[in-house]
Every structure is written in structure tokens, then in C-alpha cells.
Design a protein around this ligand. Structure first.
Ligand code: ADP
Length: 484
């Protein structure tokens, strides 16, 4: 699967972000656990220890005040004893809300039973004192001490267990903290490493491809148009490389065309100019003084070459004006048949000289077309001129006119020859400017502008032009013009 630059970046950062999210969830869960443990340590175990210790202190105080009261008979001591007794009962009840563990609850119940028994003995003792109205001997001494000792022992075992539970929870909290830190470090390291590796590989590939493109651009600037070989790269860069290669091909083509044009134009201009120079210098040197027919011949050559020069230059100027859309067309209703006939007549001498059969096929009466007469003349001259130029002596050039369909809105003109033909792969580009077919030694003189001008003219009229060909058997050029 080809990964786009966007997908690569998303994957690199995505992996890291997903790991961070996972880590966040894990850390939150563990912090919640820690929070619960802390709460349990402070609110349950700590509070249980505190309450149990205060019960123990109260038990000691109860024994002290009870003894003082018994020895002195002072009711103030007994009053204080009763206050502490009430506190003891309240604290005992409060502890019951704090303790969940089954064992601890059983111990707490036992404390309740023992304290009830202890307070019952005290009550009985007090009743005896009240009825005798005098101080009494400590008749329950042993039983009371025994009960208080049991109560205090039970309290000590609750305190011990609560402390143990608290220590266990603190230990667990510390383990959780260590785990969180360890897993956090591992996750961030792995995430960072994955992100780093993906980013590094992607950045390297992208960078390498861009660097190649940069180098190639530099080469193109130096007129070296070779294509870039495909390498492993993200689709965006692969597409860019593909387009870049197409651009290079096109630039190479344009460059070749430019060189071709310079070669042909210089040839096109130099040949007539050389002929003119030679002929005129012969005349100036008086080579043919007294032989007027030879002088006439030389003047004829000068005239012919001047015509050819003017024609070439006019073609170039025409094409420039057409491309700049500065050409003024004088459209009007034109009878196309006489126009075609006059073109045939104009070029008939060439056909005669080359022994080519030049023929106009009979056709039904045709409606007028909407056209610029001078331009259609030029169009016919170019196509007919080419047909005669590229057909060997003894060949044929046939012109046919017809209406497209029964009530067709276009007139179709066909120029078919039996010349050298055009290769299939050149048929589409043959109408491009400066496009010529290299036939080696047999290549005819020309600028490669005739067909390009023809195409501009037909398009300006709203028609179409195309060519079909069988190499070595001939070509057919067809164009259409709109009915007026
Ligand atoms: P040129 O001045 O070179 O004739 P054109 O634009 O008229 O320029 O023609 C372009 C090229 O198309 C020519 O060089 C020739 O190779 C080819 N071509 C045009 N017409 C014909 C034809 N009837 N038969 C064969 N080749 C043709």
C-alpha cells in the first residue's frame, strides 16, 4: 500500500498520541486507586486507631474515678465517672460505623458485652452504697478488673489490626506509584521511538525525492531534459515526478522544434538569398552582356526567389497574428465551388510539370458557406500545395466536396493524394507549428507552418480539420466549413 505524506505524518504522530491516550487512561485509573487507598488509610484505619486509643484511655479513666469514688465516697468522682461512661458508649457506637471487617466487628461486640457487664457491676455497687448510706467494700474488685483488662486487650487487638491494615495499604500505594512511573516511562519511550522511526523514514524518503527533483530542475535549467527514473516515494511525489517527466518531454520537444525551426527557417531564407546574391552579382559583373535571354533568365530566378522569401515571411507573420488572435476575418456568404476551382487552376501548372493528375470530383449543388474568401484561398493553397509537393510524378490528387448529411450544416472538402503518406503516430501532431516529417535526403523544403495556419483558419471559421493516411499510399486531408 502506498502511503501519502498526510497518512505518514498521521501515522507517526497517531501512534504516539494513541500510546499517550492509553497511558493517560492507565494513570487515571491508578491515581483513582491511590486516592481510594489514601482515603481508606486516613478515614478508616487511622480513625479506627484513634477511636480505639481514646476508648482505651477512657477505660483507664473509668477505673480511676470508680476507685476514687469507692474510697472517698465523693459523689463528684461518681459524676465524672458517669460522664466518661457516656463518652465511652458513644465512642463505641461511633466505632461500629467505621469497622467493616468481620473479625474486628466480633471483637467490638465483645467489648460491648464486657463494658455492659462492667457498667452493670458498677450500677449494682452504687445501689448497695445508696441503700446502706455508707461506704462499702470493693466486693466486685476482681471481676471489674478482669472485665476492664479484657476490654483493654480487645482494644489493643483492634488497634494492632488497624495498624497492620494501614501499613499494607501504604505499601500497596507505594507499589502502585512505582508501577505508574515505570509504565509511564516505558510507554513514552516506546511511543516516542515509534514516532521518531516513522517520522525519520518518511522524512528521509520525502527529502530524498524532493532533492532528486531539485537536482533535475537544475539540470533542466541547463537544457538537459532526461527523464527522472521512478523511485520508492509517497504518491504525491510520485505524481509530481510523473508530471515533471511529462514537462521535461514537452520541453525537449519544444527545444527540438525550436532547433528544427531555426535550421529550416535559416535554410528557407538562406537558399533564396544566396540564389539572389549569385544572380545579381553575375548581372553586375556583366557576365551575360549582349545575351538578353540569359539576363532575362537570371532576373526570373531573382524574381522567383524573392516571391518565395516573401511567402515564407508572410506565413510566419500570419501565424503570429493568428496565434495572437489579431487576425481580422471578413466573413461573408461564399460559393465554395468556384473558389476551389480557381485554386486548382492556380496550381495546375505545378501538376502539369510534375505529371500529376489533378482532378475535382463532380458534386451536387452546394449551399454557400460563411467564410473569409482570402483565408479559404490560403487554406486551399496550403493543402493543395502540400498534396502536389509530397506526391511523386505520375500520382493523383483528387478534390471532393460534399454536404455533411442531408441537411448538413457543414460543407466538407477532401483533398486526397497518392503521395508518400504520413506515419500514423505523426497524424495527431502534424498540425502543430514547425512540425515536419524528416524523410532524410528526400525531405522537401518548408517551414512546417502551412498546416498550422490551415488549422487556425478552419478553427476561426468554426469548422474542423483532420488527416488520415496510409504510408506510401497517400494521405487525405479533410476540413469542414459552416453553411452560411
Ligand atoms: P511544410 O512547409 O514543411 O510543408 P506543413 O505544415 O505544410 O509544412 O507540413 C508539415 C509536414 O507535414 C510536412 O513537412 C510534411 O512532412 C507533412 N505533410 C503535409 N502534407 C502532406 C501530404 N499531403 N503528404 C505527405 N506529407 C505531408
Amino acid at each position: 500500500m502506498k502511503l501519502t505524506i498526510f497518512k505518514r505524518l498521521t501515522l507517526g504522530y497517531g501512534a504516539f498520541v494513541i500510546l499517550l491516550i492509553g497511558l493517560g487512561i492507565y494513570v487515571s485509573a491508578q491515581l483513582n486507586r491511590l486516592n481510594q487507598l489514601t482515603w481508606a488509610v486516613v478515614m478508616r484505619d487511622g480513625e479506627t486507631v484513634r477511636l480505639a486509643e481514646s476508648l482505651d484511655t477512657m477505660a483507664v479513666a473509668l477505673a480511676r474515678f470508680e476507685k476514687k469514688h469507692l474510697v472517698t465516697g465523693d459523689s463528684a468522682f461518681f459524676k465524672r465517672f458517669q460522664e466518661i461512661r457516656q463518652q465511652f458508649v458513644n465512642t463505641h457506637q461511633a466505632m461500629q460505623h467505621h469497622i467493616d471487617a468481620k473479625d474486628a466487628r466480633a471483637i467490638l461486640d465483645r467489648i460491648g458485652t464486657d463494658s455492659d457487664a462492667y457498667f452493670a457491676l458498677i450500677d449494682r455497687e452504687r445501689k448497695l452504697m445508696d441503700s446502706a448510706r455508707s461506704r462499702q467494700d470493693d466486693i466486685y474488685h476482681d471481676r471489674k478488673d478482669d472485665l476492664l483488662d479484657r476490654i483493654r486487650l480487645s482494644l489493643q487487638s483492634i488497634i494492632g489490626e488497624a495498624r497492620q491494615a494501614r501499613d499494607k495499604k501504604i505499601l500497596l500505594s507505594s507499589r502502585i506509584s512505582v508501577d505508574v512511573i515505570r509504565i509511564g516511562i516505558i510507554t513514552i519511550s516506546i511511543g516516542g521511538l515509534i514516532g521518531l522511526i516513522i517520522s525519520f523514514i518518511s522524512a528521509r524518503q520525502i527529502n530524498r525525492s524532493i532533492h532528486r527533483l531539485q537536482q533535475k530542475t537544475h539540470e533542466v535549467a541547463m537544457s538537459r531534459f532526461g527523464a527522472l527514473s521512478p523511485v520508492e516515494s509517497p504518491p504525491e511525489i510520485a505524481a509530481l515526478t510523473h508530471d515533471f517527466n511529462r514537462m521535461c518531454d514537452r520541453l525537449k520537444e519544444l527545444n527540438d522544434m525550436k532547433e528544427d525551426f531555426i535550421y529550416h527557417v535559416s535554410h528557407e531564407l538562406r537558399t533564396p538569398l544566396t540564389a539572389i546574391r549569385e544572380a545579381s552579382s553575375m548581372l553586375m559583373e556583366g557576365c551575360y552582356t549582349g545575351r538578353p535571354e540569359h539576363q532575362q533568365q537570371l532576373l526570373g530566378i531573382v524574381h522567383g526567389e524573392c516571391e518565395r522569401l516573401i511567402q515564407s515571411i508572410n506565413r510566419m507573420l500570419d501565424l503570429s497574428r493568428m496565434e495572437a488572435q489579431m487576425m481580422d476575418y471578413a466573413f461573408k456568404a461564399v460559393d465554395v465551388l468556384p473558389l476551389v476551382r480557381s485554386c486548382i487552376l492556380k496550381l495546375a501548372p505545378i501538376a502539369v510539370a510534375k505529371k500529376i493528375l489533378l482532378e475535382l470530383k463532380p458534386c451536387d449543388p452546394l449551399p454557400n458557406v460563411r467564410a473569409d474568401e482570402a483565408c479559404v484561398n490560403q487554406l486551399m493553397d496550403n493543402l493543395l500545395g502540400n498534396a502536389l509537393k509530397y506526391t511523386e510524378s505520375g500520382g493523383e490528387v483528387i478534390i471532393a466536396l460534399e454536404q455533411e448529411g442531408v441537411e448538413g450544416r457543414f460543407i466538407r472538402v477532401k483533398i486526397a493524394d497518392t503521395g508518400c503518406g504520413i506515419p500514423q503516430n505523426a497524424l495527431e501532431t502534424i498540425f502543430d507549428k514547425f512540425r515536419r516529417i524528416d524523410r532524410g535526403q528526400d525531405t522537401e523544403r518548408g517551414t512546417g507552418l502551412g498546416l498550422s495556419i490551415a488549422k487556425h483558419i478552419v478553427m476561426a471559421h468554426g469548422g474542423k480539420i483532420w488527416a488520415t493516411s496510409q504510408p506510401e499510399c497517400g494521405s487525405v486531408f479533410t476540413f469542414t466549413l459552416p453553411v452560411a
